[in-house]
Write a protein that binds this ligand. Structure first.
Ligand SMILES: Cc1cc2nc3c(=O)[nH]c(=O)nc-3n(C[C@H](O)[C@H](O)[C@H](O)COP(=O)(O)OP(=O)(O)OC[C@H]3O[C@@H](n4cnc5c(N)ncnc54)[C@H](O)[C@@H]3O)c2cc1C
Ligand SMILES: *[C@@H]1O[C@H](CO)[C@@H](O)[C@H](O)[C@H]1NC(C)=O
Ligand SMILES: *[C@@H]1O[C@H](CO)[C@@H](O)[C@H](O)[C@H]1NC(C)=O
Length: 538
C-alpha cells in the first residue's frame, strides 16, 4: 500500500514536470484530412491496395503506394492526438505505467516465459510508444535476411524516412556521462553522432526533437497523396477473405462492432503490416497456418502452412539499476555502445524503475518529498538464437492476444552474450565517471546502491553471471518473427502459395536489425512500397 502511494506521488511529480515543460504538441498533423473513424466508412468499398495495420512499417508503405494507386489503411487503434501523452518524450513513462483499458495505445501481453511485454495499439504503432532511438540496420542483416536487397534503394528509403522523423539529440547530462563511461570502459571507437550501425560508441538519431516532441510513423502519412488515400482508425481487421488461394478482401469491425468489408481491384493486393504478433495471428485466423492447429480450433484451412507463428524471438534485456545520490533529468536512450557488432549497451535515467522487471517494484525507503533518480543500464543483442512460437488462444476474437513463447536464453550462445554484456557493465562501473554515482554509507564507504538484484560480486564467475542473466531476464520489446522470409513469405515479401497477399513488418525478420529495429521497419515500408510501384510499371 505504502509503495502504491509512493509510486503515485512520483508519477504525479513527473507528470507535473511534463505539463510545464512541453505544453503544446508540435507534430505535423496534415495527414488528419484523410483519417476517418471506421464507423464513417461504407459497408463495402474497393481499393487497389488494402494495408492491414497502420504501424511503423504500414504507414510509410501505405503513403508510398498512394502516389499511384488508391489505398485503404486499416488501423485498430485511435489517432495518437487523442492521447497527448504519447506525443512527447516525457510521456514515455506512460508506456510502462498505463493500464491496458482495451483501447488506449498500450496493449499488454505476457509471454508464456512469464515476461511482461507491450504492443502499440494506435495509428503509428510501436513508433508512438517506443523509446525513440533511431539507428539503421547492420550490414550483415542485409546480407543474410533472405531478400536480394537493392542497396541503393535501401539508402534512398532510409533517407526518405529520416528527412521527416529523425533529429540529432542534444545529450542529456546522464547520456553524456554514459557516453564518457563507455569510452573510458573500452567500448571504442568514438563514432560521434551517426545513424549508421557501427561498432564502438555513438550517439544515435532520435524521433524526439530537441523540444521533446515525438515524430513517429504517423508523420510519414503526410507524404501520401491525399486524393488516393484513406486511413481508417478503430478498424479492427477480423479476417482476410480468400477466393480459392487468392486474397480478395478483408472484413473489419468498427468501434460500434459493426462489420465492414473492403475488396481489392484487379492487380491489387492486401498487405499485412500488423506487427510480429498481429500478422501471424491474422494469417492463422484467416486459415493460413499449420493444419492441425487450425483444425483443432475449427477454423477453415485455406492453406496448410506449418511455419506461420514459428521462429518467434525476442531480444532479452538485463537491467542493472542504481539509485543515484543526486537528481538527474529523465532521459531516454540517445547513446549506444556496440561490442563485436552484436552486443548493445544503452542507458536511461528515470525517477521510476519503469525499465525494470516487475520483481523490482519495491523502491528503497525514501522520503516522498525527494524524487530519487535511477541510473538504468540495459544490455541486449541483435542476433538472438533462442526461438519460440505463437499460436491462437481463440478462434474467434482477434482482440485476444495469441499465446507467445520466446524461450529466452534457451540457446547457450545467447546466455554467453549476456554474460559478456554484464561483464562490460562491470567495466563501465569501474570508470572514473561512474565513480561519481556511488553512494556513501554510514561508515563512509562508497558503493553502488543497486535497486533489485546487484550485479554479481565476482563477474569472472560464469555461473554466477549466467544466474544473474536468467533471474533478471526481461524484454527489450524487439520481438520479431512469425512470418519469416524464406518460410512464410518469399524474397518479395509475398505469402508463399497465396496470390495478392504480402507481409511487410517485423514478423518477417529472423533477426532484429541493428541496435534497434524501428529505423529499418520504417525503411522497409518505404522500400517495399517502391518495389511494388516498380513491379507494376514494368
Ligand atoms: C516500449 C517500447 C520501446 C521501444 N523502443 C524502441 C527504440 O527506442 N528504438 C527502436 O528502434 N525500437 C524500439 N522499440 C521497438 C519498435 O518500436 C518495434 O519493433 C516496431 O515499432 C514494430 O513495428 P511493426 O511495423 O512491425 O509493428 P507495429 O508498429 O506494432 O505495427 C502494427 C500495427 O498493426 C495494428 N494492428 C494489429 N492487429 C491489427 C488488426 N487485427 N486490425 C487492424 N490493425 C491491427 C497495431 O495496432 C499496430 O499499429 C520499442 C518498442 C516498445 C514497445
Ligand atoms: C487463453 O484463454 C483462456 C480461456 O479464455 C484464458 O483463461 C487464458 O488466460 C488465455 N491465455 C492467454 C495467454 O491469453
Ligand atoms: C560461482 O557462482 C556459483 C553460483 O552463484 C557458486 O555456486 C560458486 O560457488 C561460485 N564459484 C566461485 C569459484 O566463486
Amino acid at each position: 500500500m505504502a509503495n502504491h502511494i509512493l509510486l503515485f506521488t512520483l508519477i504525479s511529480i513527473f507528470q507535473l514536470g511534463v505539463i510545464s515543460s512541453h505544453p503544446i504538441p508540435n507534430q505535423d498533423t496534415s495527414y488528419m484530412k484523410f483519417v476517418h473513424e471506421a464507423s464513417e466508412l461504407q459497408e463495402s468499398e474497393e481499393y487497389d491496395y488494402i494495408i492491414i495495420g497502420g504501424g511503423t512499417a504500414g504507414c510509410p508503405l501505405a503513403a508510398t503506394l498512394s502516389s499511384k494507386f488508391s489505398v485503404l489503411l486499416l488501423e485498430r487503434g485511435n489517432d495518437p492526438n487523442k492521447y497527448p501523452s504519447v506525443l512527447n518524450e516525457q510521456g514515455l513513462l506512460n508506456a510502462f505505467v498505463a493500464e491496458d483499458d482495451g483501447q488506449n495505445p498500450f496493449q499488454h501481453f505476457i509471454s508464456e516465459d512469464g515476461v511482461e511485454n507491450l504492443r502499440g495499439r494506435v495509428l503509428g504503432g510501436g513508433s508512438m510508444i517506443n523509446a525513440g532511438f533511431y539507428s539503421r540496420g547492420h550490414r550483415e542483416f542485409f546480407e543474410t535476411a533472405g531478400v536480394d536487397w537493392d542497396m541503393e534503394l535501401v539508402e534512398k528509403a532510409y533517407e526518405w524516412v529520416e528527412e521527416t522523423v529523425v533529429s540529432k539529440p542534444s545529450l542529456s547530462p546522464w547520456q553524456a556521462a554514459f557516453r564518457s563511461a563507455l569510452l573510458e570502459g573500452g567500448v571504442g571507437h568514438d563514432n560521434g553522432f551517426d545513424l549508421k550501425h557501427l561498432v564502438g560508441t555513438k550517439t544515435g538519431g532520435s524521433i524526439f526533437d530537441n523540444k521533446g516532441n515525438r515524430h513517429g510513423a504517423v508523420e510519414l502519412l503526410n507524404k501520401g497523396e491525399p486524393e488516393n488515400f484513406k486511413v481508417a482508425t478503430q478498424a479492427t481487421v477480423q479476417r482476410i477473405i480468400f477466393t480459392g488461394l487468392s486474397a480478395s478482401g478483408v472484413s473489419y469491425s468498427d468501434s460500434k462492432g459493426k462489420l465492414h468489408t473492403a475488396f481489392i481491384r484487379k492487380k491489387g493486393e492486401i498487405i499485412l503490416s500488423a506487427g510480429a504478433i498481429g500478422s501471424p495471428q491474422l494469417l492463422l485466423l484467416s486459415g493460413v497456418g499449420p493444419k492441425s492447429q487450425l483444425k483443432s480450433l475449427k477454423l477453415p484451412v485455406v492453406l496448410d502452412q506449418p511455419h506461420v507463428g514459428e521462429f518467434m524471438s525476442d531480444n532479452p534485456r538485463f537491467t542493472p539499476t542504481i539509485v543515484l545520490p543526486f537528481q538527474v533529468v529523465a532521459s531516454s536512450a540517445q547513446v549506444v555502445g556496440t561490442l563485436d557488432n552484436n552486443i548493445h549497451l544503452q542507458a536511461f535515467a528515470s525517477p521510476l524503475p519503469f525499465f525494470a522487471p516487475p520483481s523490482f517494484s519495491l523502491l528503497p525507503p525514501q522520503s516522498t518529498s525527494i524524487v530519487p533518480s535511477l541510473a538504468i543500464f540495459v544490455g541486449k543483442f541483435s542476433d538472438v538464437y533462442s526461438e519460440g512460437s505463437l499460436r491462437l488462444n481463440s478462434s474467434i476474437d482477434v482482440k485476444e492476444s495469441p499465446i507467445v513463447r520466446f524461450n529466452y536464453y534457451s540457446h547457450p550462445d545467447d546466455l554467453a552474450r549476456c554474460v559478456r554484456g554484464v561483464r562490460k557493465v562491470g567495466d563501465l562501473l569501474r570508470t572514473p565517471t561512474m565513480e561519481k554515482i556511488k553512494t556513501q554509507d554510514l561508515e563512509g564507504n562508497k558503493r553502488f546502491q543497486f535497486l533489485g538484484l546487484s550485479l554479481p560480486e565476482n563477474l569472472l564467475n560464469d555461473s554466477a553471471v549466467e544466474e544473474y542473466c536468467q533471474k533478471t531476464v526481461t524484454t527489450y520489446w524487439h520481438y520479431h518473427g512469425g512470418c519469416l522470409v524464406g518460410k512464410v513469405v518469399d524474397d518479395n515479401h509475398k505469402v508463399i502459395g497465396i496470390e495478392n497477399l504480402r507481409v511487410v513488418d517485423g514478423s518477417t525478420f529472423s533477426v532484429s536489425p541493428g541496435t534497434n529495429p524501428m529505423a529499418t521497419l520504417m525503411m522497409l515500408g518505404r522500400y517495399v512500397g517502391l518495389k511494388v510501384l516498380q513491379q507494376r510499371s514494368s
